[in-house]
Ligand binder design. Structure first.
Ligand code: MLC
Ligand code: AMP
Length: 527
């Protein structure tokens, strides 16, 4: 079945920064961002600092389309660096701060950025990687408003005219791990990001008095685009938390109206006795996404706060695709359709979504198949990987999400699984194939399999099953220790077992379903 909602936004050929800047409030001296450190930044501060940073980028005389790779802790200045990159017409490449040198080396080799910005603490190893790969400029930016990036920007003019961009000009590259081989850089244009921002602005009924609690990292779609663009495009103040902490968020709820998080954040807030309807009474909207939300979390949240979480679904390659209704949906008569737990709602305006069966046709209502999407928000392809891009798009231009789902008679989309071998842990993607390739390279390892199992905090976590070579003695703790030195911490399996063999089917293929079943209850409280 194919579902298309009418589009509410037209083509735009302008720089995303200009579109966001045009929506700043008239009172430029009012507060735009308040941090948990007690700092207040006005809209004028955002305007001036991004101008100075954009002028610094321009002064570097970079080639057109230059990538600016950034691996720094969350700060308002890091957010300004993102906006300045858009403003100057270059391409932003955010990197998770958890990535280790092996991972960063790959991204720098693959993306060939002209500028790398890292924290001073990481300058030694990051600059080595950068210079080895021909990067001309390496700056530091710390989360305490220090670093060479700010020192240099402070010497630049605070007047800057945003560089005109066309809708299909590249704005950002987001690396997403691959089911086979290494990560792929999803190329997102100014048009992809702006159209999605406009659609979400209308669909989520942003109000003049909205205040957003921004508690997500700013190196992935959820925190960098959905939350940040939502607030900026609405001219809304943000309460800016450097890191998620349940108690800190709850303390700020009475001053806010909108919160966005991955399911783990809701699970952690539910564990706080301070969470009550009274505390949440000023709130207008709680959004969840990036990973499946358990129905029990959805129900518990409603019982504890009186608010119904709005679940939405998206990807790095597509930004947001579907959303439960914010307002009752008029297509369903006087009462309208309400948010339904366990579903990700309807395709957003302008998004065509279809579910394709193995028979190659559109599925019927409630029939399960692969989710395919098309729309102004869908990326143009993977950075310098035309074959991978071609594999993921159908001949009629739909992107194969790798998610498996169904659409019910009312049009609600439900995700029931994934055809890609992927674990989503606390909202971060972990590809077993990547972990297995590191495991298989360890001395004494014959082969390995990594599977995702349910976890009460992270939703899902990895379990590694490792088979030793004949005569080799392997110790699970040293295997984990070895991985920790080479891979981002969230990718590290939470449990490792060394055993004689992997279960295989008649074709010799590893039966991961049997392993998942074997470890299904490993992290359950009563297991
Ligand atoms: C931290 N750890 C994790 C983890 N985060 N393990 C598995 N999965 C995770 N997500 C581990 C660390 O390795 C460490 O283990 C221990 O937990 C404590 O680390 P920490 O850094 O102190 O963790 P914490 O601050 O509590 O972080 C947890 C979290 C964070 C849930 C707040 O993971 C987070 O911010 N997640 C949000 C991710 C996100 O923004 N996703 C959006 C992707 S965009 P050890 O052993 O080293 O002590 C996308 C598209 C879309 O998917 O639709 O939005
Ligand atoms: P990423 O590659 O990090 O952008 O992750 C995108 C993937 O996250 C999607 O392909 C889905 O598998 C998953 N995802 C995002 N939102 C949801 C959601 N609300 N429910 C279930 N899965 C989700």
């Amino acid at each position: 079945m194919t579902t298309t909602s009418p589009s509410s936004c037209g083509q735009s050929d302008q720089n995303l920064f200009s579109a966001l800047r045009a929506r700043f409030p008239a009172l430029l001296d009012s507060a735009a961002v308040e941090t948990d450190q007690g700092l207040v930044y006005s809209w004028r501060d955002l305007e001036r600092a991004t101008a100075m940073m954009a002028n610094l980028l321009t002064s570097l005389d970079l080639p057109a389309g230059a990538r600016i790779a950034v691996q720094v802790e969350k700060s308002v200045e890091a957010m300004m660096l993102y906006l300045a990159t858009l403003r100057a017409g270059y391409v932003f490449l955010p990197l998770n701060t958890a990535y280790k040198s092996t991972e960063v080396d790959y991204f720098v080799q693959n993306a060939q950025p002209s500028v790398v910005v890292c924290s001073a603490a990481d300058f030694g190893w990051v600059s080595k990687i950068a210079f080895k790969n021909g990067v001309q400029h390496v700056f530091t930016l710390n989360d305490d408003r220090t670093g060479s990036w700010l020192e240099r920007a402070a010497q630049c003019s605070d007047q800057h005219t945003p560089v005109a961009r066309k809708a299909d000009d590249l704005a950002a590259i987001l690396y997403t791990s691959g089911t086979t081989g290494r990560s792929k850089g999803a190329m997102l244009s100014h048009g992809n990001l702006l159209s999605n921002t406009q659609v979400l602005h209308d669909y989520w009924s942003w109000r003049a008095d909205d205040v957003l609690i921004h508690a997500l990292p700013i190196f992935h779609v959820h925190g960098l685009f959905v939350a940040l663009h939502g607030a900026l495009f609405n001219g809304s103040k943000m309460i800016w938390l450097a890191k998620f902490d349940a108690k800190t968020v709850l303390r700020h709820l009475p001053q806010a109206t909108v919160f966005m998080g991955v399911p783990t954040l809701y699970v952690r807030m539910l564990a706080e006795p301070a969470l009550t309807p009274a505390l949440a009474r000023h709130m207008r909207l709680f959004v969840s996404g990036s990973a499946p939300m358990l129905l029990e979390t959805f129900v518990a949240w409603r019982e504890r706060t009186g608010h119904t979480i709005l679940e939405r679904y998206g990807m790095s390659e597509t930004v947001m695709l579907t959303s439960n209704p914010c307002q009752p949906d008029a297509r369903f008569g006087a009462q309208g359709a309400q948010r339904r737990g366990g579903t990700v709602g309807f395709p957003l305006p302008g998004v065509s979504l279809r579910v394709r069966g193995e028979h190659g046709r559109d599925c019927d209502v409630d029939e399960i198949g692969g989710i395919e999407v098309k729309g102004p928000n869908v990326f143009s392809g993977y950075w310098r990987m035309p074959e991978k891009t071609a594999e993921e798009f159908t001949s009629d231009g739909f992107f194969r999400t790798g998610d498996v789902g169904k659409v019910d008679a009312d049009g609600f989309v439900t995700i029931v699984g994934r055809s890609k071998d992927l674990i989503i842990s606390g909202g971060y993607n972990v590809y077993p194939a990547e972990i297995e390739s590191f495991l298989n390279d360890l001395p004494g390892v014959a082969e390995s399999a990594v599977v995702g199992v349910a976890h009460p905090d992270f939703g899902e976590v990895g379990v590694a099953v490792v088979i030793p070579k004949a005569g080799a003695q392997l110790d699970p703790a040293s295997i984990i220790g070895n991985l920790k030195s080479r891979l981002a911490n969230f990718k590290i399996p939470k449990h490792c077992v060394v055993t004689a063999e992997l279960p295989r089917n008649a074709m010799g293929k590893v039966q991961k379903n049997l392993l998942r079943e074997q470890f299904r209850t490993l992290f359950q409280a009563d297991a």
